[in-house]
Design a protein around this ligand. Structure first.
Ligand code: ADP
Length: 219
């Protein structure tokens, strides 16, 4: 049986984590766990927590650590987490990184690699403001860099409805980026100090970045 593989993907908003996480999920057949997706889905369901999270997300603020840690705990306790996962959007603060270690210890799991997708600030606004996704399957597109092959039809599922995230606008993205640099980037030295961090240049095409990630993780 293939070895379990536990990966964390890090990088700025619009840096390509979600896109690359989906590609890794397809290739390695391990679940993609996105706290952003889970929180947005709770927001759509209209639960009390979901609505609280939505109000924060739509303004470009982080959701409280406790809420995200609780979500992660539930995911890591699922039996499928034993076979591997790709964490996307967690940890986003040092506190979350420490709690993740505790949660993994409790499940007798450990991280194999943390991949930082490096993208300079100048690229981010353009990438985030132009992106949209398929309502049905969540496949991601960009109005300049990655349009569906047939106009108005999702390449992955044939869906014809697309959506943009409320937080993908210029003001919000600048605030998300500032929070990333202040609160999330300090997590990188933490992983570097334990020898888990691998960095890839995220400025190429989706295929190029995918190949670079394949090389650094050795899978
Ligand atoms: P992106 O990386 O493109 O900004 P995500 O989909 O990962 O988007 O997350 C969207 C939003 O969800 C974040 O801006 C933040 O408000 C919230 N969020 C997601 N994960 C976390 C987390 N681990 N801690 C705090 N807030 C989070």
């Amino acid at each position: 049986m293939r070895k379990a593989f536990h990966i964390v993907l890090m990088g700025p908003p619009g840096g390509g984590k979600g896109t690359q996480a989906r590609l890794l999920e397809e290739r390695l057949k391990i679940p993609h766990i996105s706290t952003g997706e889970m929180l947005r889905s709770a927001g759509r369901e209209g639960t009390e927590l979901g609505l609280k999270a939505k109000a924060l997300i739509d303004k470009g603020n982080l959701v409280p650590d406790e809420m995200c840690i609780q979500l992660m705990k539930t995911e890591l306790e699922k039996p499928e987490a034993k076979n591997g996962f790709i964490l996307d959007g967690f940890p986003r603060t040092l506190r979350q990184a420490e709690e993740l270690d505790t949660l993994l210890d409790a499940e007798k799991l450990h991280l194999d690699v943390v991949v930082e997708i490096q993208v300079p600030d100048d690229y981010i606004v353009d990438r985030v403001v132009g992106r949209f996704s398929c309502v049905k399957c969540g496949a991601m597109y960009h109005e300049k860099y990655c349009l569906p092959h047939v106009y108005g039809k999702c390449d992955a599922c044939g869906g014809t409805q697309f959506m943009r995230r409320i937080d993908d606008n210029i003001d919000t993205v600048l605030s998300r980026l500032a929070k990333y640099r202040a609160l999330t980037a300090p997590v990188l030295p933490y992983y570097e100090s334990v020898g888990l961090l691998k960095c890839v240049d995220g400025t190429g095409t989706i295929e190029e970045v995918k190949e670079k990630i394949r090389k650094v993780i050795g899978h």
